[in-house]
Design a protein around this ligand. Structure first.
Ligand code: ZN
Length: 303
C-alpha cells in the first residue's frame, strides 16, 4: 500500500503523523521488496496516499521507463514492479473477503504483519530493452578561498516529452515544470558571476536530466560528482516556480530536514519575508525532486 500509517492515523508518535516519511514512498517500497527477496512488487494506488491520481503511474507505465545503467542501486530491483488501482485491487481481493479500505485500516495498526492471500498469480512480461544516452548539464564558478568545496544549485531540464493528448495537444512543454527553475538557476549563476568578489566556495549550476523518470540524472551526478560529495556543502533545488507573481512567503519543501532552513529564514527576514512549512507534506514532495538524491546519498549506502 502507498504512504505510511501516520497519514491515516495522524498519530505523530507513529511514523511522522500526516507528513510522509521515506518509508511511505514507492521507491523505498520497491527497494525494500527486493531486499526482502521478493520476485515482484505491486503497489496499490490510492489518491490520498500517493498525492496524485492513478493517471500518473498509469502514464509512466504505458511509455518506456528509464533506468540508470550499472548504478549501485540496481541490485535493489525486483524482477517486476508496478501499480494497481484501488478499484482493480478490490476486484482481486473479493475472493479473500478483503477490500482496500479494510486492509488499509488493519495496516495502520501497530503490530500489523503481512499475510498470504492464498492466491497464485502467473504472468508473462515481454520487455524490449533499449540503451540510450542523455546528458546532465553543469557549469562551475571556482571559489576564491575554498574552491574544493561547493554549493550546488539544481533545476532539472527534462519534462514528460510526448504523451497522451490533452485538449488535442500531446506535447508536454514543461514551461513551468521546469523551465521556470532553469531560469531561476541561470539568474543565480549570472548574479554570482557578476559579483566583484567571487564567493569563497565554488558554485555549481546543475541541470540534471530524467528527473521525472526517478531522479536519474541527479543520482548519476551524486555517484560521479564534479567535486567530491564530501565537500559538497549544500544542494539547493527548485522544481517549478509558481507563476502567480511576487509573494512574501517562502515555502520550503522538506522543512526541518536540514540546517539550510535557518539560513533561508535569515535571508527571508532581511527582505521582510517569512518561511512556511510545506502545507502538503503528506504528498512526500521532499522525496520527489533532485535535492533528494543529494540528501539520500548521505544517509543510505544502498541508494
Ligand atoms: Zn519537476
Amino acid at each position: 500500500m502507498i504512504n505510511d500509517p501516520g497519514l491515516y492515523t495522524g498519530d505523530i508518535s507513529f511514523f511522522k503523523g500526516r507528513e510522509m516519511t521515506y518509508y511511505g514512498r514507492w521507491t523505498y517500497k520497491y527497494e525494500e521488496a527486493a531486499r526482502q527477496g521478493a520476485d515482484g512488487i505491486i503497489i496499490i494506488h490510492e489518491t490520498e496516499g500517493a498525492g496524485y491520481t492513478y493517471a500518473v503511474p498509469r502514464n509512466s507505465a504505458i511509455s518506456s521507463r528509464f533506468y540508470l545503467h550499472n548504478n549501485r542501486n540496481s541490485k535493489f530491483l525486483c524482477r517486476f514492479s508496478g501499480w494497481l488501482s484501488a478499484q482493480a485491487a478490490d476486484k482481486l481481493f473479493t475472493n479473500c473477503g478483503l477490500n482496500v479500505a479494510k486492509l488499509r485500516m488493519e495496516a495502520c495498526k501497530k503490530g500489523f504483519k503481512g499475510f498470504p492471500l492464498n492466491m497464485e498469480i502467473s504472468l508473462t512480461i515481454r520487455n524490449s530493452v533499449k540503451y540510450n544516452n542523455s546528458r546532465n548539464v553543469a557549469g562551475i564558478l571556482k571559489g576564491r578561498k575554498r574552491p574544493e568545496e561547493c554549493i550546488v544549485y539544481t533545476a532539472h531540464w527534462d519534462h514528460f516529452g510526448i504523451g497522451e493528448p490533452e485538449n488535442g495537444d500531446s506535447i508536454y512543454n514543461g514551461a513551468v515544470d521546469n523551465g521556470t527553475s532553469m531560469a531561476w538557476a541561470l539568474a543565480i549563476g549570472k548574479a554570482f558571476s557578476q559579483l566583484k568578489q567571487k564567493p569563497d566556495r565554488s558554485v555549481i549550476l546543475l541541470f540534471p536530466t530524467s528527473e521525472e523518470q526517478g531522479l536519474i540524472g541527479s543520482i548519476y551526478y551524486t555517484e560521479n560528482p564534479v567535486l567530491p560529495m564530501k565537500k559538497t556543502v549544500a544542494c539547493i533545488n527548485n522544481d517549478l516556480l509558481l507563476p502567480i507573481g511576487r509573494m512574501k512567503d517562502i515555502m520550503i519543501t522538506g522543512y526541518g530536514q536540514s540546517e539550510l532552513d535557518d539560513f533561508v529564514e535569515r535571508a527571508a527576514s532581511a527582505q521582510g519575508r517569512y518561511v512556511i512549512n510545506d502545507p502538503n507534506s503528506h504528498t512526500g514532495m521532499y522525496f520527489r525532486s533532485d535535492h533528494f538524491a543529494f540528501a539520500a546519498f548521505t544517509f543510505t549506502p544502498s541508494y
